[in-house]
Write a protein that binds this ligand. Structure first.
Ligand code: KG4
Ligand code: ZN
Length: 336
């Protein structure tokens, strides 16, 4: 059995996890920096990098402690992994450099992992025995991709956003409504008591292939609120959320039909959204297919998903050299 320590620091969460490969999570520690960035309404890269520096060692120590391992001169794990991109350069550097230092000191291999591939592996942690291909809808703060996962490591690009990411739309609409940061959970909370039929937003690009668009919807929310200032925030939030859910579920099921998928998956922070989870599960059930939803903690940024992707990568592609660079724009590699 291979035991892997992984570090994730691509954005505003300092995270470390210990996983027995392929999918047994022994610990997963996430230190969120929301408190630091909340007054700015978004992530401030300089503050994020500095906070990672302060938190990395305590977070790694805690992850090892919780797995009954110790941070010391002797190697407590067989391999160390870290996110090497995409993300904020200063943040990535802190986690990847720390992980490389541990790998060097302990004499164990280092694996640099693509953050997006980590998100794709998150569902496999909870559901190790899936059938392929899977359609994965990866919806995070920075990315919105519909992917056919033909097997681990084999991804076919089916669609992506032509403008804003889905999470970015949640964050911007929440900020406009004064609901706070991060926007996704704030919108979801407000929408609980709202009526999703109050405002009829056009479902962007609904009839149009598998690409998505969210920037027009954000503008439509602004126009609707200006035209109808009497409408409660809760109703705006619910109407907006329902629109995003309808679009994502329609596109996901269209992708499933197109590739003849054996199942459908959600990944990324927006996949923590309750109404999205319920709607996708219902659509998959009516199509007679399984929906694999990562637990909410595995949807948002965490290091267990990086460990899962890292363990697979080590086994099939080998370790990365310690000279592998972090890359803020690291793309997910697709098969032709
Ligand atoms: O995957 P993630 O933690 O970080 C990135 O890699 O971007 O995703 C963060 C995004 C944010 O835009 C946040 O507002 C959104 O995920 N999010 C949600 C929910 N929880 C987080 N969006 C909708 N509903 C939620 N419950
Ligand atoms: Zn992420």
């Amino acid at each position: 059995m291979t035991t892997i320590l992984a570090v994730e620091s691509s954005c505003d969460e300092t995270a470390a996890a210990v996983v027995d490969a392929p999918s047994s999570i022994r610990s997963s520690v996430v230190s969120s920096q929301v408190d630091l960035h909340v007054e700015y309404g978004g992530v401030v890269p300089e503050l994020a990098g500095r906070a990672h520096l302060e938190r990395l060692v305590p977070v790694v120590r805690l992850a090892l402690d919780q797995a009954d391992l110790a941070l010391g001169p002797a190697a407590p794990v067989d391999v160390v992994a870290a996110t090497r991109g995409p993300g904020l350069i200063g943040s990535l550097l802190v986690g990847a450099s720390g992980a490389k230092a541990l790998s060097l000191a302990w004499g164990v291999p280092f694996v640099g992992v693509n953050h997006l591939e980590g998100h794709l592996f998150a569902a496999l942690l909870d559901h190790p025995d899936v059938s392929w291909p899977l359609v994965v809808v990866l919806v995070s703060g920075g990315h919105t991709l519909i992917v056919s996962m033909e097997a681990p490591g084999r991804y076919r690009r089916l669609g992506s956003t032509v403008d804003d990411a889905a999470g970015e739309a949640f964050d911007k609409v929440a900020r406009y409504l004064g609901l706070g940061y991060p926007g996704g959970p704030a919108i979801e909370r407000a929408a609980v008591t709202g009526d999703p039929t109050t405002l009829a937003f056009t479902r962007p690009m609904l009839d149009d292939g598998l690409d998505l668009s969210f920037s027009g919807l954000k503008t439509a929310v602004v126009h609707a609120v200006r035209a109808r200032p009497d409408v409660a925030n809760e109703d705006v939030a619910a109407s907006f959320q329902q629109t995003v859910v309808d679009v994502l579920v329609t596109k996901a099921m269209r992708a499933v039909a197109q590739v003849g998928a054996a199942g459908v998956c959600l990944a990324g922070g927006v996949a923590a959204n309750g109404p999205l989870r319920t709607a996708l599960q219902a659509a998959a059930a009516s199509a007679g297919l399984p929906a694999y939803l990562p637990s909410r903690a595995m949807c948002t940024d965490n290091a267990a998903m990086i460990a899962a992707a890292g363990a697979w990568q080590l086994q099939h592609l080998g370790p990365s050299g310690l000279d592998v660079a972090v890359d803020p724009a690291l793309p997910l590699e697709f098969v032709a």
